[in-house]
Design a protein around this ligand. Structure first.
Ligand SMILES: [Zn+2]
Length: 358
């Protein structure tokens, strides 16, 4: 046994110590509800047999964004502490209150992802943020936070990272989502807080609220495994040689409905579009006076509204500006095909917020 392995100790969290090579579920008390029922932060910790980094994967920090919950469940089934180097903390429903109520928010109507760093004696959101910060983020060097689009919206699987950080680009490449977007950090968000603490963060946006979809779950699950392989936590192949290079974007634009009415959507997430391409038409209640919506830039559609009933000004498409647009479309196709092909045979589903301010 090497010296570092000999020094590899129990993982201390929530007042308990998990021995190397073991996994454990714990519930950390956060606050108490009106009924007196305690509110808990539920975590599954897998502490590897061998030394390595500590990372976390968090789902449903917005309580209705539940795709990450399915990803965490698949990771729990797959990961074996006896063949793991390092430690992974899995939070299947970080905002357990919103998760129960199918809501983005907490019962105090606050947004957990605007409440960091939080405080021990603050609001419910502040208490939960404080617990998550001190029990989870502070113990890790890397976090992967999984979000979805809002209700009645769909996001193409994508990784969002802080701008100007080559190591994050490398990790995002290893993750292998079709698109990487360098996006600004929002005040009070987990990503902004983590940056200040020196914890690297990948934010995954994928799918829609209150739904599971296979593409999102598979890309998220395999992406986390590839990142873990890339940083040496497992002996798996990080897959970088077989999965294509994602398209990269450092700016994006929302396209809003020019009138209230009913949309006829022509393009969808994953499509590449040229400036001036028709995205949808919006007509009145009788289909009268349809107006065309066109793309303001060359780019890839990374999110779209699924609800055809719209008010004037509703954001219907989110388009990322990418370089080498001709190749970007091919890459997205090859990445999604490679990922879906790696799963057991079955009907392939049609491809078809933290941070989204619409
Ligand atoms: Zn979110």
């Amino acid at each position: 046994m090497s010296k570092s392995a000999a020094a590899w100790k129990k993982f201390e969290i929530g007042g308990i110590g998990i021995p190397p090579g073991e996994a454990q579920q714990i519930s950390i008390p956060v606050s108490s509800l009106a009924t007196g029922v305690p509110a808990m932060l539920a975590l599954h910790i897998i502490h590897g047999e061998r030394p390595g980094p500590a990372i976390f994967v968090s789902a449903a920090i917005h309580g209705d964004e539940i795709v990450g919950t399915a990803i965490v469940q698949k990771l729990i089934q797959r990961l074996d502490p006896t063949s793991l180097s390092g430690t992974i903390i899995l939070a299947p429903a970080a905002n357990i209150f919103g998760f129960l109520q199918h809501s983005r928010y907490l019962p105090d109507r606050r947004d957990l992802n605007r409440s960091f760093p939080g405080s021990k004696n603050g609001s419910l959101a502040a208490q939960l943020a404080y617990s998550f910060l001190n029990e989870v983020i502070a113990r890790c060097t890397l976090g992967i936070d999984i979000h979805t689009a809002a209700v009645h919206r769909y996001n193409l699987p994508q990784i969002r990272i802080a701008a100007g950080n080559p190591y994050l680009v490398e990790l995002a490449m290893a993750f292998g989502a079709p698109v990487i977007v360098e996006s600004p950090l929002r005040e009070g968000s987990m990503r902004a807080l983590a940056k200040g603490m020196g914890v690297e963060m990948l934010l995954m946006e994928t799918g829609e609220a209150l739904r599971f979809d296979r593409l999102s779950i598979d890309i998220g699950f395999q992406g986390v495994l590839r990142v873990m392989a890339h940083i040496g936590m497992t002996d798996m192949d990080d897959g970088l040689t077989t999965v294509g290079i994602p398209a990269r974007a450092n700016s994006s634009r929302w396209v809003r409905s020019p009138r209230g009415g009913v949309t006829n959507r022509i393009r969808k997430s994953g499509d590449t579009v040229r400036k001036g391409a028709v995205l949808a038409t919006v007509g009145g209640l009788f289909g009268e006076e349809p107006l065309e919506m066109t793309s303001p830039i060359d780019g890839i559609i990374i999110g779209h509204a699924t609800l055809p009933v719209v008010n004037q000004g509703d954001a219907l498409f989110h388009i990322a500006q990418v370089a080498n647009l001709d190749h970007a479309g091919e890459r997205i196709g090859s990445i999604t095909e490679a990922i879906l092909a790696s799963e057991p045979a079955g009907p392939a589903e049609q491809i078809m917020d933290e941070d989204e301010i619409i």
